[in-house]
Design a protein around this ligand. Structure first.
Ligand code: SF4
Length: 369
């Protein structure tokens, strides 16, 4: 793609690129959100945040990031931990493969790099679970490598600034190449990590998908479209119904009136969420009103699950549920140490059988400019 007609043209008009970078960084210095990983220079902490932020909302990541670093404060601590402990801390974030790969990569770094993360994007890409985007993000933010990071937010900003068409399935790879080339040409060598974060921040907070706030945008002067860009239609969500059983009994161990909850572990052979613990699945998701404990919506990728949760007595479990793995009556006090599916965590929290994840952890206020 030629750059002759672009607003940001690093070859024909180097000043336009320099101005764009200056305005963006000035805005970022003044308005960036106060996110816990931004106060850290520790490559391990930055790596954890980048993995957690993949496909997960910032507000959710803040909670889990602080808990995760509290439990695994160093790369070595993570490498030495059992996988089930890592998955338990990941519970609620979804996409559990990320946690497994993070754990494996930590062990690899201990074995092959003496516990210190390698400093370049090319080396980082060799680690389990680290693709081109994450490698560039860690290398630029933690080690100052001058390399661009292009995520969906950055793509949207440049499609609008340059008046390129919104990315579609057929145009994706060509446009992404053009945007990556452009970012690599205009990224300032003095602050590559901040520049990358500023671009992503602009897309996340100002140049948002549905309602860009051009009036407060720091790069509006260099933007071709200023709110007039054709936004790609949002893909439709699918929906399905689902039922799960909440079976609770009292136990005399470790003392009178302790509660136990029936959970089952998904087999390791499952392609989705292997090894995670869940509530038993109802054979029939239609639940009589008298037994209905709660209803909730749980979204996974592009599917909305409308879930009915039924109170089930211990003696009804076999007739009302379909076994999907090994079952165990788990004492309430042990539940937080298990790797739960996000849905199970949500149900148990709403049923007041489990504490919300943030209790006992201090979280900084999230400020949006
Ligand atoms: S001016 Fe508007 S459309 Fe252009 S980059 Fe800024 S927020 Fe996005």
């Amino acid at each position: 793609m030629a750059y002759s007609w672009l607003m940001i043209d690093p070859e024909k008009d180097p000043e336009s690129a320099a101005r764009f970078g200056r305005m963006l960084l000035d805005w970022y210095d003044a308005h960036q959100r106060d996110l816990p990983w931004r106060s850290s220079r520790d490559p391990y902490a930055i790596w954890v945040s980048e993995i957690m932020l993949q496909q997960t909302r910032v507000a959710v990541v803040i909670e889990r990031y602080l808990q995760f670093l509290d439990r695994f404060p160093s790369l070595l601590a993570l490498a030495l931990a059992p996988e089930q402990d890592v998955l338990a801390l990941w519970s609620g974030l979804g996409y559990y493969r990320r946690a497994r790969m993070l754990h494996k990569a930590a062990q690899y770094v201990v074995e092959h790099y003496n516990g210190a993360l390698p400093a370049t994007a090319d080396q980082l890409r060799l680690l389990p679970g680290i693709g081109a985007y994450t490698a560039a993000a860690i290398a630029s933010i933690a080690f100052g490598q001058v390399i661009g990071v292009v995520d969906g937010n950055v793509e949207r900003v440049f499609c609008r600034v340059q008046d390129w068409p919104a990315i579609t399935r057929s145009s994706a790879s060509r446009l992404r190449r053009s945007i990556t080339t452009l970012v690599d040409r205009i990224i300032p060598a003095s602050r590559p990590g901040d520049f990358n974060q500023a671009l992503m921040e602009l897309g996340a907070t100002v140049c948002t998908p549905r309602s860009p706030q051009c009036i407060i945008c720091p790069v509006a002067v260099d933007c071709s479209t200023r709110g007039e860009h054709q936004t790609a239609p949002r893909p439709a969500m699918l929906s399905t119904e689902f039922g799960c059983a909440l079976a609770v009994r009292t136990s005399s161990y470790p003392g009178p009136h302790h509660l136990e909850i029936l959970l089952e572990q998904r087999p390791d052979t499952r392609s989705v969420m292997p090894g995670l613990w869940q509530l038993p699945t109802l054979t029939d998701p239609t639940v009589p009103e008298a037994s209905l404990r709660m209803t909730l919506r749980h979204a996974i990728m592009r599917v909305n699950y409308y879930v009915r949760v039924r109170t089930v007595l211990a003696e009804e479990v076999d007739s009302l549920t379909r076994p999907q793995g090994e079952r165990r009556w788990v004492p309430q006090a042990e539940i937080t140490s298990l790797a739960l599916t996000g849905l199970t965590r949500k149900v148990l929290t709403r049923a007041h059988l489990m504490r919300p994840p943030l209790e006992g952890i201090q979280v900084p206020a999230l400020t949006v400019p």
